[in-house]
Design a protein around this ligand. Structure first.
Ligand code: ADP
Ligand code: ZN
Length: 525
């Protein structure tokens, strides 16, 4: 019952040239586009800047009727609509910023089939009157951009996104869907597939490795001095400095300015006109540095950003990866530096106290992953890619931990002990519980499972709980253990891990960084 949306596939490359002016496809674009044109469901996971938009824009232009594009941000929608209009493509959006007259025009042109791409915010899509109207249109397929917003386990959950599937079903039976995202951990990926009933859909996932990006984490100490020095050393180059609060954005932008740097602030609290102005100044190189909250960057396509600095630790590794991904899009130099202190993690945790239990637990989990990444002395790229479900055999040689490795220690006996602890507790507990057991902590929870009577209990009491937690993280990276993604981090042995218990060999691990200690006066707000 799958019918081709267009017949002539040879046309595709011709359209790429004629409409977009590009000579060839990038990565999986061609395969993705043929899959969409074949009327099949498609799931795309590609890093920022890889060219996801084209994957639905081109098929939309080539098919009869109107493609619906669901996109979470009005600014992002407007950007794309403007770009498409400039290419001579009839694209429009339907969202809360339109007047009655404009809405009527959009509706008329949709019904007449003139609009090739109709961008809709999820809030607008869920409105009954819009559903009724869209039912009457000739819809070719539906694109769901930023599909990770569907998942509660992601960093950007939007409840309305979970209603999309039901609405698509109302619009027409078997309407093809293409879902796209730049950030999906394996857990989020499965969640998206389940929610959209797309378990069977073709999945196109390209590597998240950005070989030209250099990753570094620095202790948050004399941060302002470090920042000014870095920016001055890189004068004339484009850079983004991310801060957590609007207040901090203003302060840091001012600080850079008085130090002779062309820096401008950007956050959601600024007037739209000022925001637009500052963004343009950055894009046109009138300003070198933009100091911003995470409100900045979505849909911004500046290829020569030479550095991304996180003045404060971000809320999740997903966010971190997306933000750092804005550096070096042209494939040239891109430096990603994060200033880190555990204090920031605690501060961020406080922001979550009014959330629901599930949301709070998830936010906390994301923060813990963030802290673990920052404090670990394992190759940054290895950790980041592992987080997004990619296995990396070798250290990258191009991150702070690779360039200045911490002293390694022989961990064979401890690894055996740690894996044994997993087996003796029947693969039903997470790293923090297992660490308590190994360190011999006799709390109520440990006792309630009689884990204080296990053979491994207290066998690792010479080491701290932090030591064992860090060891578990490294064992997971070695793939001797794996985290059960559906069960909040419960550790299970892999085949490799079981084999290791039988035949242990020497293994070199490294100690975590010590980022604790005094935070300089200036950091305290
Ligand atoms: P994403 O949505 O994956 O972050 P975009 O769709 O914004 O990426 O594309 C990033 C940039 O790459 C855009 O400037 C886009 O025009 C460009 N691009 C996409 N596909 C191609 C291609 N086949 N050839 C050249 N440039 C492309
Ligand atoms: Zn590395």
């Amino acid at each position: 019952d799958e019918k081709m949306l267009v017949e002539n596939e040879v046309e595709v490359i011709g359209q790429l040239k004629a409409v977009f002016g590009y000579n060839q496809f990038r990565g999986y674009q061609e395969e993705i586009i043929s899959n969409v044109l074949a009327g099949k469901n498609t799931f795309v996971i590609m890093p920022t800047g890889a060219g996801k938009s084209l994957c639905y824009q081109l098929p939309a232009i080539m098919t009869k009727g109107t493609a619906i594009v669901i996109s979470p941000l009005i600014a992002l929608m407007k950007n794309q609509v403007d770009q498409l209009n400039a290419l001579g493509v009839n694209a429009q959006f339907l969202n809360s910023t339109l007047t009655k007259v404009e809405i009527n025009k959009v509706k008329k042109e949709t019904l007449s089939g003139d609009i090739k791409l109709l961008y809709v915010a999820p809030e607008s899509l869920t409105k009954e009157e819009n559903i009724e109207f869209l039912k009457k249109g000739n819809i070719s397929f539906v694109a769901i951009d930023e599909a990770h917003c569907i998942s509660e386990w992601g960093h950007d959950f939007r409840p309305e996104y979970r209603k999309i599937k039901n609405i698509i079903d109302q619009l027409g039976p078997g309407l093809p869907i293409i879902a796209l995202t730049a950030t999906a951990t394996p857990k989020v990926q499965i969640d998206i597939q389940k929610n959209l009933h797309m378990e069977e859909a073709a999945l196109f996932k390209s590597s998240f490795n950005r070989k030209n990006l250099y990753y570094e984490v620095r202790k948050k100490h004399n941060t302002k001095k470090q920042l000014i020095k870095y920016v001055l050393d890189n004068k004339g180059k484009s850079g983004i400095v991310y801060c957590l609060s609007r207040k901090k954005v203003e302060e840091i932008a001012e600080l850079l300015k008085v130090n002779g740097i062309k820096a401008l602030p950007y956050h959601a609290g600024l007037d739209a006109s000022i925001r637009m102005n500052n963004q343009d100044a950055f894009l046109n190189e009138d300003a070198d540095v933009i100091v911003a909250t995470i409100a900045f960057g979505m849909g911004i396509d500046k290829p020569d950003v030479r550095y991304v600095i996180h003045y404060d630790a971000p809320k999740s590794l997903e966010g971190y990866y997306q933000e750092t991904g804005r550096a070096g899009r042209d494939g040239l130099e891109g430096n990603c530096i994060m200033f880190y202190t555990y204090e920031d993690i605690l501060k961020l945790e406080k922001f979550n106290k009014d959330k629901s239990v599930t949301e709070r637990d998830n936010a906390k989990h994301l923060l813990q992953e963030m802290a673990a990444y920052a404090e670990s002395s394992v190759c940054r790229r290895k950790q980041l890619l592992h987080y997004f479900g990619e296995t990396v055999e070798k250290d990258c040689g191009f991150c702070d931990n690779c360039i200045k490795p911490k002293e390694k220690f022989e961990a064979q006996d401890e690894v055996v002990l740690a894996v044994k602890a997993v087996m003796q507790t029947e693969e039903r507990f997470d790293a923090s519980h297992l660490s308590l057991v190994l360190a011999g902590m006799e709390n109520e929870y440990v006792k309630s499972y009689n884990h204080n009577e296990l053979e491994v209990f207290g066998k690792g009491k010479d080491q701290t709980i932090e030591y064992w937690n860090s060891l578990y993280r490294q064992i997971v990276l070695q793939e001797l253990l794996e985290k059960d993604i559906d069960n909040f981090g419960i550790l299970k042995a892999t085949e490799k891990g079981l084999a290791y218990l039988e035949n242990p060999v020497p293994l070199l691990f490294s100690k975590d960084h010590d980022f604790s200690g005094e935070t300089s006066e200036e950091e305290i707000e």
